[in-house]
Each structure stands twice: as C-alpha cells, then as structure tokens.
Design a protein around this ligand. Structure first.
Ligand SMILES: C[C@](O)(CO)[C@H](O)COP(=O)(O)OP(=O)(O)OC[C@H]1O[C@@H](n2ccc(N)nc2=O)[C@H](O)[C@@H]1O
Ligand SMILES: Nc1ncnc2c1ncn2[C@@H]1O[C@H](COP(=O)(O)OP(=O)(O)OP(=O)(O)O)[C@@H](O)[C@H]1O
Length: 316
C-alpha cells in the first residue's frame, strides 16, 4: 500500500487590501500572505476501489463532499482518470490543529496537501505551478498554501509573487472556539459598505502596484524589519468584522496593550487575531498574561512563528 504523510501549515495575512470588485463576483485584492508553523497533519494512502474516503479528528469538520480535501481528491480523479484506474482511490486522514473557520486557511492548506500527496501517490510529476493552478480551481488561498513562505498575492489571491522569507518572527494567536466568520459574508458586507470607495482601475498595473496599504509592508519585509512590518500591517476586512464581533475587537485591544507586542491584526476574514512579538520568551509571557486577563475557556491561544515553506512531505 502506498502512503504519504504531509504537514499543512496555516497562514496569516500581513496585509489584505481590497482594491476593486470583479465581474465574477470576487474581489480584486493585494495581500501579503505568511506561512506559520501552526499546522495540520495529513495522511493519504491508496485504496483498491476507486473511491475517496475522508476521516477527521475534529467534530466541526465534515468528512463528506463539503470537505475541501474531498473536492481536491475529486478534482485529481477527474483530471487524471488513467492514474485513478491504475493506482486506485484515496483514503485521507486529517489530524486538525489549525482552528476551524478562523481566517487561517485551514481547509485550503489541507486541500493543498492532498493535491501534493496525490501527485506523489500517482507518480504524476506535476510542477509546483501546475499544482497551484489546480488549487486555484478550488479556492483562492490554495495556490499560496502550496507555495508557502512570504508572498504578495493579487487577483482573487491566486496570483503569487514571492518576497524574501521571514523566519522566526514569534506570534501569539487567539481564536474564540465558538466564533466563526463566513468569508463570503465578510467580503459581501465590505462591498455593501465600502464598494463605492473603490477608486482604482484594477486592470491598470500601476494602480495595483500603488496599493497604498501593502506597499509599506513590502518595504518593511525587504528591509527584514519586524517592527516596521508590525507597525504597517493592514486588513480591510477588520472594518466590517470588528464592529460585528466585539469579542474579537476586545482581544485585539488586549494584545495591543501587552508590553513586548510590536503589532496586532486580524487574519483574513477573522475571527482569529495575532500579535507579532519581540521574542519567543515574550510571546510565551504574553500568552500567559492574556490568559489571565481573559480567563474564558472558549478562547484558544497559541504561540507560533513565521516559517519559510508551504506543504511539506513528512514521510511515506
Ligand atoms: C480571506 C482570505 O482567506 C484572505 O487570505 C481569502 O481572501 C479567502 O480565500 P478562500 O477562503 O480560499 O476564498 P474562496 O473559497 O475562493 O472564496 C470564498 C468566498 O470569499 C469571497 N471572496 C474570496 C476571494 C476574493 N478575492 N474575493 C471574494 O469575494 C467570495 O464570496 C467567495 O465565495
Ligand atoms: N479540511 C477542512 N478543514 C477545516 N474546515 C473545513 C475543511 N473542509 C471544509 N471545511 C469547512 O470550511 C469552513 C471554513 O473552514 P476553514 O478552516 O477552511 O476556514 P478559514 O481558515 O477561515 O479559511 P480561509 O482563511 O481560507 O477563508 C468550515 O466551516 C468547515 O466546516
């Protein structure tokens, strides 16, 4: 029986800037995406019948066709029917550590891992770009999850340009277990409230390059200046999510008030919030402090760090 183990890291957004709407209903974005070492483990093995089976340790995560990993396997089966006939179907086990519906690309990174795993399992020899293109059919964040590191993402979020990688910036990340934010709701609400303020022609490359909030973050990344990154981070979706979720706003304010925190921001469409910290020991202290200030067991707190890679094969 052939099998692979994969590590699928989460992401945070160092910037998320909405610069226009698109005819396909999506939004034109400029984002800076960053991989972190908070990761799910995925095991995938061949099975003799041509089916897809999904198992998961997390009660909130479906194991039917609504799981993104199921859709990733189905896409591979449709694109490569001869390989499916030769090698058989796939059995996928997800061991979740990334909080669900958190703005951390949990489902997307799982799907990216399954694309990488099936490429190996079926000896397809796809390039990273080909795997990213398959990923973009399933979701905007998936190409980044394949690539990982530190990247500028434009278009729907699927067009990637790598930046110099940022290793070992320590982060405290918080997510209320019972809070979930729908990504579609966040973008729709933003469009309703701010759509009339889109000012740039998104076909104009000069306009894209001038993305006002992301440019200083790029400059700070090029200078490898963690303090400048922390001070310039930006997320347009905070404008709609924070007013609707007071607990998330409060968590952000508590993070910001801690000595040793150099900047704090909501990730993606939320509701997770992260704080960039001056060192690992400070991140650990801040985690304990915040736990005392908000003794709510619904709040999950993690110490994590920036990493330089996306999906990794951990073993056969
Ligand atoms: C919020 C982020 O996670 C930030 O990195 C991403 O922009 C969302 O990425 P994702 O979850 O992979 O998004 P998709 O699965 O492609 O789309 C989910 C929903 O988000 C909205 N959406 C997403 C991406 C985009 N550029 N414009 C949008 O309006 C759409 O309503 C879509 O129905
Ligand atoms: N493999 C998966 N892992 C987690 N959730 C999944 C998965 N497949 C489908 N889902 C469903 O997708 C929804 C969003 O979960 P996910 O953890 O991917 O959100 P997210 O981190 O906000 O994603 P993104 O940042 O890409 O918008 C959940 O409600 C969950 O039921």
């Amino acid at each position: 029986m052939r099998s692979y183990k994969l590590i699928a890291p989460a992401k945070i957004n160092l910037s998320l800037e909405i610069i226009g709407d698109r005819p396909d209903g999506y939004h034109e974005l400029v984002m800076i995406l960053q991989s972190i070492d908070l990761a799910d483990e995925i095991e995938i093995h061949s099975i003799s019948d041509e089916t897809i089976r999904v198992h998961c340790n997390h009660p909130q995560v479906p194991t039917d066709k609504s799981n993104l990993v199921y859709r990733a396997a189905e896409l591979m089966a449709t694109k490569f029917p001869q390989a499916l006939a030769k090698y058989g179907g796939v059995d996928i086990t997800l061991n979740k550590h990334i909080p669900v519906a958190a703005g951390l690309a949990g489902g997307s990174t799982n799907a990216a891992a399954v694309l990488v795993g099936i490429d190996l399992l079926w000896n397809l020899g796809l390039t990273q770009t080909e795997i990213e293109e398959l990923g973009s059919i399933l979701g905007s964040d998936i190409p980044f999850c394949v690539a990982g590191g530190t990247v500028i993402a434009t278009g729907r979020g699927e067009q990637l340009s790598p930046l110099p990688t940022l290793d070992h910036i320590y982060i405290v990340l918080g997510k209320y277990r019972s809070l979930e934010v729908s990504t579609a709701w966040a973008y729709k609400t933003y469009r309703q409230e701010y759509g009339s303020t889109y000012l740039r022609d998104t076909n104009d490359l000069a306009s894209r390059a001038a993305a006002v909030h992301s440019a200083p973050v790029v400059k700070a990344i090029l200078a490898k200046d963690a303090v400048a990154i922390a001070k310039t981070m930006h997320n347009d979706l905070e404008k709609v999510v924070l007013p609707s979720y007071p607990q998330v706003l409060q968590l952000k304010e508590v993070f910001a008030s801690q000595p040793g925190v150099i900047g704090t921001m909501m990730s993606g469409s939320g509701p997770s919030v992260f704080a960039l910290c001056a060192s690992q020991s400070q991140a650990e202290q801040i985690q304990q402090q915040v736990r005392q200030i908000i003794p709510n067991e619904d709040l999950e707190l993690f110490v994590t760090r920036t990493i330089t890679h996306g999906i990794q094969v951990a073993g056969k």
